[in-house]
Ligand binder design. Sequence first.
Ligand code: SAM
Ligand code: DTB
Ligand code: SF4
Length: 337
Amino acid sequence: MNTAVTEQPITLHRAVPATPTAEARWPVAEIEALFSLPFPDLIHRAQTVHRQHFDPSEVELATLLSIKTGGCPEDCGYCPQSVHYDTGVEAGKLMETAAVREAAEAAKAAGATRFCMGAAWREPKDRDIEKVAELVREVKAIGLEACCTLGMLSEMQARTLKGAGLDYYNHNLDTAPEAYGRIITTRDYQERLDTLEHVRSAGMSVCCGGIVGMGESRTERAGLIAQLANLEPYPESVPINELVRVEGTPLADTEKIDPFEFVRTIAVARITMPTARVRLSAGRQQMDEALQALCFVAGANSIFYGDKLLTTGNPDVERDRALLGRLGLHARDVSHT
Ligand code: SAM
Ligand code: DTB
Ligand code: SF4
């Protein structure tokens, strides 16, 4: 494929450079200043912004399904699905359509409105995209919002998925540019930004966030949020994951992040990306319910819903329903929109 000829220089959605410039909407230093606010002040600001744009008692329920598990050639230091680490995750094939349909129907029946299909690929092959496009059509026919996370995507592949009805594409920046090389060596930051560009130019909504608790500094956490918040436009969906420390991965023994620092990260994401769905993502199984409640107060308004993430556990649906009930929160309902 002659990409040199077909690729246009695109400036519209370009992220700010790693070193912030005067034009950056959110300089890293300003984001760090938010992180440093007294906790009640930070939460108050986040709640105020949240209430300007959302019903503060509404939470989106998104169900994840690993449609192709394990055997990934990338070396992401957090990931149990990388071939580089011995984590006990077995490599599988792409799931059959009927099994995916069944999982999507079950997610819908349980109350989810978004269904996210994840594959342990560095990048899909064109023939994989054809198969995933079929899965997207199935999910849309059930009446769910569809999201995929399949690794790096070319512009053509993004267009094919958009044509099949894909609403969101998830591709995380994971961490700040300066921390990135400590975590992943097999693809660079710019390649991630390029995929986001392809998703945008195909007309899909962007789901992009990162992981905290990988041993990064507060400045680096602020650097991740700056990258996200300075995307033009910023992502519609922002998953904030706490590292799930999986035995066998290089990050398994990383010190656990202070829970209040995790809440601060959610609040700062809410303040800097006011209209985004901020998702309290991986790591909930390791959190107590009071901490999750604080995350909702800090502006999180989406969760992964279902007893499994991709390969690791997540609270079961009864427990989540009970938690939302105890907090007086309700699930987002898209049937009238
Ligand atoms: N292979 C594709 C890719 O990396 O782009 C898609 C699937 S990958 C598992 C999606 C995201 O899951 C990663 O970018 C990372 O943010 C998150 N993730 C993976 N392992 C994790 C872990 N142990 N803890 C928290 N988040 C994790
Ligand atoms: C995201 O930001 N978090 C999800 C989803 N996007 C694909 C994945 C979390 C994976 C946690 C580790 C696992 O279960 O394998
Ligand atoms: Fe592969 Fe994605 Fe895991 Fe990285 S995060 S090893 S690309 S499955």
